[in-house]
Design a protein around this ligand. Structure first.
Ligand SMILES: Nc1ncnc2c1ncn2[C@@H]1O[C@H](COP(=O)(O)OP(=O)(O)OP(=O)(O)O)[C@@H](O)[C@H]1O
Length: 228
């Protein structure tokens, strides 16, 4: 589903974020990206939803070439990819319902369908009762669940998450991981960058370690592998 071929990313300031990365990630896989701060994990995630393009090499998702993709095609790509961040990125002046519904409204989904699908997505993350709350009225875990609801509303083939539990306490982090686990079980490919050692060690999923922009380790059922 995902293929990176000889991918390098050098930012304009000269920072070498990724160096000759080759990777294949299959449909339905669950992959943790680990590695020291500044290793290139976020950059790799950004290449997957075409927030960045590589300086060299190819990025393909479902045989679509993201490097050659025209700007006007990018919104269509993004519909098939859900994205979750550490810092939630919810719209503060919109309710929970509106934050999730917005993802459908912008692509022109009919109002009645927006209602049904938004409710269903909020049910799935256990937040139906809070649909009229504003983000600042929610706990961090609840806010992240809204983000998960928003990310999966288009039933994406791929869900990418950049440190989704970074701002959450351990119990709440596990609630989010339960959601991601179940979303993956339903067939969505999940790629998650994280520093959460306990989560990586417990879940026994594929672990790709990035160090200095290179793939340093790639293990099925791997562990976090770094000291605290
Ligand atoms: N927009 C940017 N412009 C210039 N340099 C950047 C940019 N984004 C990242 N970098 C640099 O690229 C390298 C990789 O950064 P990246 O954010 O991908 O690492 P990371 O592994 O996600 O780190 P962390 O675990 O701290 O989030 C770092 O040297 C960083 O300073």
């Amino acid at each position: 589903m995902i293929q990176l071929t000889n991918v390098s990313k050098i930012y304009q300031n000269g920072a070498k974020a990724l160096v000759n990365v080759n990777l294949k990630i299959g449909k339905g896989d669950f992959v943790f990206l680990v590695g020291p701060s500044g290793a290139g994990k976020s950059t790799l995630i950004k290449l997957l939803y075409r927030d960045e393009t590589p300086t060299r090499g190819q990025v393909q998702i479902n045989s679509k070439n993201l490097v050659r993709m025209k700007e006007r095609e990018v919104p269509y790509l993004r519909r098939s990819i859900g994205v979750i961040f550490q810092d939630f990125k919810l719209l503060p002046n919109k309710t929970v319902f509106e934050n999730v519904a917005f993802a459908l409204e912008v692509i022109g989904v009919a109002k009645s369908e927006v209602q049904v699908r938004t409710r269903a997505s909020l049910e799935l993350v256990g937040l139906a009762a809070k649909e009229n709350s504003f983000p600042h009225e929610l706990s961090g875990g609840e806010q992240q669940r809204v983000c998960v609801a928003r990310a999966i509303i288009n039933n994406p083939a791929l869900l990418v998450a950049d440190e989704p539990t970074g701002n959450l306490d351990p119990d709440t982090a596990w609630e989010i991981m339960d959601l991601l686990y179940n979303i993956n079980k339903r067939g969505t490919t999940v790629v998650m960058a994280t520093h959460a050692r306990a989560i990586v060690n417990k879940m026994q999923k594929r672990v790709i370690a990035i160090e200095d922009g290179r793939v340093a380790r790639d293990e099925e059922q791997g562990g976090y592998g770094y000291d605290a």
